[in-house]
Design a protein around this ligand. Structure first.
Ligand code: CP
Length: 305
């Protein structure tokens, strides 16, 4: 039985396999529409979500399966004090696979020790978000043709942005990658990623506060929201929230084939005028996320394709 807690739980060849399945689902959706008949996915969301929960649910429905779950902790017995371990042990009696989001780092890992069905981490605090990374990887493959030889700018809240942490882990396994870390000092990338992943893998990187200067060298610009829910005080959030707002003017010196990504939701980080630019890829990312989650469900349920 497999769990997906960290993107590194999947090998490079498994990621290749998932992207190939997702591409086949895009081309031949009818081939997959009964693959999970009589199977159930449980979505246990102890923290808010639009994309991740609904794309998991849409993914299972498009595979012919069913969905149960809850979208806030207060509507589950967690509100009465039930432990995460007991919740997943219980839900494993009803469902074949569980996607779980939790505000506490490590909660899906703890759940996986007790669960008798596969656990997929759908975001744990400021730590990891591996299925967003699957969406990001398919976007990169579709837009850039592969994962090697890329200069990737990561901009905004690199401290609390779990999607950034998972994406750096994933991209660190490919050839000739360079990272440009664009953030205010207070929201810079934690050392456990900077030293523990980037430096450990001898990947070249630079740190800057200047988005306009950095943008001209980039193949990918990954914008992120300042994560209000992880701040200890509101005043710090208000001071930092609009550190970066991407506009068409700021893209003036960018490459014509730059791929602008954002895991969404956005607040102010990308001006809506950018949505119409051919370099805006963030709504494609949303679509690709559903197909990668379909591929992941098929793999973890060991469905024959
Ligand atoms: N990208 C992402 O995780 O979005 P949601 O919080 O809406 O699920």
């Amino acid at each position: 039985m497999r769990n997906l807690i960290d993107i590194l739980d999947l090998s490079v060849s498994e990621i290749e396999e998932l992207t190939q399945i997702a591409e086949d689902i895009i081309k031949n959706p009818e081939k997959y529409q009964e693959k999970c008949r009589y199977k159930k996915l449980a979505t246990l969301f102890f923290e808010p979500s639009t994309r991740t929960r609904l794309s998991f649910e849409a993914a299972m429905m498009e595979l012919g399966g069913n969905v149960i779950g809850f979208s806030e902790a207060n509507s589950s017995s967690a509100a009465k004090g039930e432990s995460v371990s007991d919740t997943v042990k219980t839900v494993g009696c009803y469902a074949d696979i569980i996607a779980m989001r939790h505000p506490k780092e490590g909660a899906p890992l703890a759940a996986s020790f007790k669960a008798e069905v596969p656990i997929i981490n759908a975001g744990d605090g400021g730590h990891n978000h591996p299925t967003q990374t699957l969406a990001d990887l398919l976007t990169i493959k579709m837009e850039k043709g592969g994962f090697d030889n890329l200069t990737i700018g990561l901009c905004g809240d690199l401290k609390f942005g779990r999607t950034v942490h998972s994406l750096i882990n994933a991209m660190s396994r490919y050839k000739n990658i360079r990272f440009v870390l664009i953030s205010p000092e207070e929201l810079s990338l934690p050392d456990y990623i900077k030293k523990g992943v980037i430096e450990k893998n001898n990947i070249p990187y630079t740190e800057t506060r200047d988005l306009e200067e950095a943008v001209k060298d980039l193949d990918i610009l990954y914008m992120t929201r300042v994560q209000r829910e992880r701040f200890f005080n509101e005043a710090d959030y208000i001071r930092l929230k609009d550190s970066y707002i991407l506009t068409l003017e700021k893209l003036a010196n960018a490459k014509k084939d730059l791929c602008v990504m954002h895991p969404l939701p956005r607040v102010n980080e990308i001006s809506p005028e950018v949505d119409e630019d051919s370099r805006a890829c963030y709504f494609k990312q949303v679509k690709y996320g559903k197909y990668m989650r379909m591929a992941l469900i098929l793999k973890f349920l060991e469905v024959e394709i």
